[in-house]
Design a protein. Structure first.
Length: 381
């Protein structure tokens, strides 16, 4: 849906009635993935695509029917061996498409409009729609914001909406489009329910400074967790794409200069994690002095306790206030007992994940609080 967000917003502003067809699942070879959408208004005008042409005509007809009847649903398209001219994907894949009517009084309309406005403004929001579950809930939607507040409802009661909003927010903070599984009674209880979640947010950034073996392991786990990973080092002999195949980009530059450029370009936010692995005061002191003054989600630095104490003294000499120093996670990572680059990367990633979700990294065993505590979940009237 977000691939045609600007045009859809114009349709909503003009109060057009339309139907939205969105790919919710793909099996095998298919031209487009989940989230790809085709919209058709009551005049037959079409926007976007769900398959690059294979099933567009059939989906177009389903959209017109949905506008007329007010009923949507999930439809499956696949290649027919018996009839090569049957409606299907000639590439051999299988496509599940959710068709949702968006008419004047349909409950999805204001929810969709809210997410389209957020996409236009560059703010974080996610659209979650029921793609599998009880018939009365199919197509129902929630708009979830970055702070966890939400609008709309899944027609299953407040408890379900709160649980769904928490699950959707986790995908939103990761900047991901995907599915979330839960139950109609909240959590995993009740009848199975599947949500398609489309996030307006870009993936969070992970900036790794210091082109060492620990950085390679951290880039790998950061990519696995859905971060856009940058590795930066001032030494061109070490900062090469070949050494960091899991990084989205490898930059040769002085770390503090690179961070300043990223900040000026507006590419950093409260989800950004900065990990300083340079082990060299001439690199990490000016870098950390700048990083600790930015509204970043996580700032950590590798080093022994002696190095950490010496570094803190140097930062104070640079004028970094104690309130800013208190944000520095150093020595970096949780005390998991590991020593290899992979184990160290796991300890670092576990720490910035806990910080990002506002949680204390303690064992769940023996605890009394709910495992899936909600940091927000307020419904906007």
């Amino acid at each position: 849906m977000l691939d045609i967000a600007a045009d859809l917003r114009a349709w909503c502003a003009a109060r057009r009635e339309f139907a939205l067809a969105t790919v919710v699942a793909v099996s095998g070879s298919a031209p487009r993935g989940p989230g790809a959408s085709l919209a058709v208004d009551d005049r037959g005008t079409a926007l976007g695509s769900v398959s690059g042409g294979c099933v567009e005509s059939a989906v177009h007809e389903l959209c017109l029917e949905a506008i007329s009847s007010g009923a949507g649903g999930v439809h499956r398209f696949g290649y027919s061996d018996d009839d090569a001219f049957a409606v299907g994907l000639t590439c051999g894949g299988v496509l599940d498409v959710l068709v949702t009517p968006v008419r004047g009084g349909d409950p999805v309309r204001p929810v969709l409009g809210c997410v389209l406005d957020a996409a236009a403004d560059g703010s974080r929001a996610a659209l979650a729609r029921v793609v599998s579950g009880p018939p009365g809930q199919l197509g129902r939607a929630l708009a979830v914001h970055g702070d966890g507040s939400y609008e709309g409802g899944l027609a299953g009661g407040p408890a379900l909406d709160r649980t769904a909003a928490a699950r959707v927010r986790a995908l939103l903070l990761a900047g991901r489009t995907g599915t979330a599984e839960l139950g109609t009674a909240g959590g995993l209880c009740g009848r199975p329910l599947t949500l398609l979640v489309e996030s307006t947010a870009r993936p969070p950034r992970l900036l790794v400074y210091g082109a060492i073996d620990f950085a390679a392991a951290l880039a790998r786990i950061g990519s696995f967790l859905g971060y856009r990973v940058t590795v930066c080092d001032a030494r061109p002999v070490f900062a090469t794409p070949a050494r960091f195949p899991d990084a989205d980009e490898v930059v040769v530059d002085w770390p503090h200069r690179h961070l300043a450029q990223e900040a000026r370009a507006g590419r950093l936010d409260s989800r950004t994690a900065v990990c300083v692995l340079t082990h060299d005061a001439k690199f990490d002191v000016p870098l950390l002095a700048h990083a600790l003054r930015l509204p970043l989600g996580y700032v950590g630095a590798m080093g022994s306790r002696r190095t950490t104490t010496d570094r803190a003294a140097r930062l104070r000499e640079e004028g970094v206030p104690e309130t800013a120093l208190a944000r520095l996670r150093s020595p970096i990572g949780l005390d998991l007992g590991g020593a290899t680059p992979e184990e160290t990367a796991l300890a670092i990633a576990a720490e910035f994940t806990a910080v990002r979700h506002g949680r204390s990294p303690v064992p769940l065993t023996g605890g009394r609080l709910p495992i899936h505590r909600r940091t927000a979940g307020t419904k906007v009237p």
